[in-house]
Design a protein around this ligand. Structure first.
Ligand code: GLU
Length: 449
């Protein structure tokens, strides 16, 4: 009889042989596969049905040309993607990322993670992801609009409110979703909830903007509670300064912690007085400026450019990586542990390398992996879909209360799965297993499709 380890190893060998050049995708797959070995020992039928090899192959990948004209009249070309990974438990769901680093490996790692994350939310949403190597930085509003219209002209052929519902991710916020939605509506002549993260005047949900950041803090609250702690008086580092970082900071302050540092791709700022969230919002959401502007506007804040230090060099009790993938390596994890960090809650997708995760787990740090800790964003996206289908908006309090319960539920299910499979406290294993089981059961019930 094939053991769980033999099965997982053999599928991983095939995945490596076929996707050897996709480093980020392989990293995301390896993390999940390592967790699933005991699951296959317990449920051999999933080996017989070859669930893993089916799950790791996207149902569909669309790659397309995005031509657009810049303000100088030059014709530009970017590459667009949509990976429709799994529709086992609901329509494909996941964000769009516009960033120069986007390639098929990045989109596949994000789409693969999304399957398990979306499953953990308890909402009926499958896994997908998309984006483009377009760089929104330095582009005018008109250039962004023309790009979004061109991108949607192709994407609209592949999505729909009951098929695939994209949203934002890095480089795609309210402005971009607006342009994308306008073009979809014009092409299809239908007013449906085909995108989430929409503006509040045209079908968006209250608390969607805040959801990922708030959710990562609600998740951390559960981890702290399990060790008899809370946020009162805790010092926190929050990397990034986008939507996730801003609202994680806001909620941390509301619950009694002090965030002393935030960052962007040019460097980080350290503010011993605590980050002024309103100032940060003005610089990042309104002016779309660089983080150095924050230090220029605050008496005790200093700016440390990239190359002269890392946000993770600083002493703190809590770390919230909310910027991007692989932003904490093994050395940085060791520094955080040496400086006394007790909890890490991942607001970004895959921000810790596999080696960094091992450092945290071995040191007894409470570690909230991305697919659990940052699931609040997509969870509220699912609530936005529900409101769109009902054609009834819910209040901020109602959505926020549901978000809180969802995050608490994800923590409890992940903790319970970790315990059941003999690794109490290992939320990486717990989240992977809990997310996997629902999708596997649905696939099993639906036959070989
Ligand atoms: N991009 C977010 C994520 O990584 C949100 C996706 C969504 O709302 O569909 O989960």
């Amino acid at each position: 009889m094939t053991t769980g380890k033999q099965y997982v190893d053999s599928v991983f060998e095939k995945v490596k042989a076929q996707n050897g050049h996709e480093a980020e995708f392989l990293q995301a797959v390896e993390e999940v596969f390592n967790s699933l070995i005991p699951v296959f020992d317990k449920y051999p039928k999933y080996i017989e049905e070859n669930i893993l090899e089916r799950m790791v192959e996207p149902e569909r990948i669309v790659s397309f040309r995005v031509p657009w004209v810049d303000d100088k009249g030059n014709v530009q070309v970017n590459r667009g993607f949509r990976v429709q990974f799994s529709s086992a438990i609901g329509p494909y769901k996941g964000g769009l990322r516009f960033h120069p680093s986007v390639n098929q490996s990045i989109i596949k790692f994000l789409g693969f993670e999304q399957i398990f994350k979306n499953s953990l939310t308890g909402q009926p949403i499958g896994g997908g992801k998309g984006g483009s190597n377009f760089d929104p930085k330095g582009k005018s509003d008109n250039e962004i609009m023309r790009f979004c219209q061109s991108f949607m002209t192709e994407l609209s052929k592949h999505i729909g409110a009951d098929t695939d519902v994209p949203a934002g991710d890095i480089g795609v916020g309210g402005r971009e979703i607006g342009y994308l939605y306008g073009q979809y509506k014009r092409l299809r002549n239908e007013y449906t909830g085909v995108l989430t993260g929409k503006g509040l005047t045209y079908g968006g949900s209250l608390a969607r903007t805040e959801a990922t950041g708030y959710g990562a803090v609600y998740f951390a609250e559960q981890m702290l509670k399990a060790r008899g702690e809370n946020f009162e008086g805790k010092i926190a580092l929050v990397s990034g300064s986008g939507n996730v970082a801003i609202y994680a900071t806001e909620k941390l302050h509301a619950l009694g912690a002090k965030v002393v540092a935030v960052s962007d791709s040019s460097g980080y700022v350290y503010d011993e007085d605590g980050i002024d969230v309103e100032l940060l919002k003005d610089i990042k959401e309104v002016k779309r400026a660089r983080i150095v502007e924050y230090a220029n506007a605050r008496p005790n804040a200093k700016f440390i450019p990239v190359g002269e230090g890392s946000i993770w060099d600083n002493k703190a009790d809590l770390a919230f990586p909310c910027a991007t993938q692989n932003e904490i390596n093994e050395e940085q994890a060791k520094t955080l542990v040496a400086n006394g960090v007790i909890a890490v809650s991942e607001g970004a997708n895959m921000p810790s390398t596999l080696e960094a995760i091992d450092v945290f787990l071995n040191a007894g740090v409470s570690f909230g992996p991305a697919k659990a800790a940052n699931a609040g964003g997509v969870a509220v996206s699912a609530l936005e879909m529900a409101q769109n289908s009902q054609r009834t908006p819910w209040s901020f309090e109602e959505v926020d209360a549901k978000l809180y319960d969802i995050m608490k539920g994800i923590y409890e299910n992940s903790a319970a799965a970790a315990k059941e499979f003999g690794q109490e406290g290992n939320l990486v294993l717990g989240a992977n297993v809990a997310g996997f089981l629902k999708v596997a059961e649905a696939m099993s019930a639906q036959g070989v499709v």
